[in-house]
Design a protein around this ligand. Structure first.
Ligand code: PEP
Ligand code: MN
Length: 258
């Protein structure tokens, strides 16, 4: 891996650092991923996300292109010198994913898949562990312990909203998890404003709020044509909206943390 990528990974793993991860919910084709990566890279974003295996609530929904999408992500990550992130949904794909993808993502539905977490403890790739949609901070941190105690200390927590009685947003973004978890753990914690709100019109304000609350990064679903996204179109933002989010983030961080 090139030196520049090690610097980006170290920033992602730094409990005082800040990183931006962006890309489509799911990889739709090599061409569209290439165009998204190119635009993100022009914005200075160096970590590219994209799902190859999707845990969909309905078995009828698009469930990802599978292994071929890992190759697309790998190739495009190399082309633009970006760190790659993709969701790992089962033990069987850990080996191939750890070879092709830089950072493995554990989605909310898998947070308590303990055999999978233990398997992730045996690889060296950093792991982003999303909070279970009905999990307490303690349960989330204990899930992280499964990975750490199995031998992999490179864990990043990700707040992605929890289930509450409020139906207006897809989930409720629990920003108090950031200062709370920071009193209990030294792991970095990032925020996913896309899945936590489910609506693209709230992604910008929740991103800024996450930064102000002390998050170590944000992960945002972006697409060249958000309405045409195969998955999660309502919460996906355009590259233009992405660019509007970035500059104020730098300002908020400068005001609060420099
Ligand atoms: C994702 O980030 O692609 C995803 C499926 O999110 P979550 O597990 O938070 O629903
Ligand atoms: Mn999604």
């Amino acid at each position: 891996m090139k030196t520049i990528n090690e610097i980006i990974l170290n920033e992602l793993l730094n409990p005082n650092g800040f990183s931006i991860i962006a890309g489509p919910c799911t990889i739709e084709s090599k061409e569209s991923l290439d165009e998204i990566a190119s635009s993100l890279s022009d914005l200075g974003i160096m970590i590219l996300r994209g799902g190859a295996y999707k845990m969909r609530t309905s078995p009828q929904s698009f469930r990802g292109l599978g292994e071929i999408a890992l190759s697309y992500l790998n190739e495009i990550g190399e082309k633009y010198n970006m760190i790659t992130v993709s969701e790992c949904i089962d033990i069987n794909s850990v080996e191939i994913m750890s070879a092709k993808i830089d950072v493995l993502l554990i989605g909310t539905r898998s947070m308590q898949n303990y055999p999978l977490l233990e398997t992730l403890g045996k690889i060296n790739n950093p792991v982003i562990l999303k909070r279970g949609m009905s999990s307490t901070y303690k349960e989330w941190l204990l899930a992280a312990d499964y990975i750490v105690q199995s031998g992999n200390p490179r864990v990043i927590l990700c707040e992605r909203g929890i289930r509450t009685f409020e139906p207006h947003t897809r989930n409720t973004l629990d920003l108090s998890s950031i200062p709370s978890v920071k009193t209990m753990s030294s792991l970095p914690i990032i925020v996913d404003p896309s899945h936590s709100t489910g609506k693209r019109e709230y992604v910008k304000s929740m991103s800024w709020a996450a930064v102000a609350a002390g998050a170590n990064g944000i992960m945002i679903e972006t697409h060249l044509n958000p309405d045409k996204s195969f998955c999660d179109a309502e919460q996906t933002i355009s590259l233009n909206e992405m660019s509007e989010i970035i500059t104020p983030i730098k300002e908020i961080r400068r005001l609060l943390y420099s």
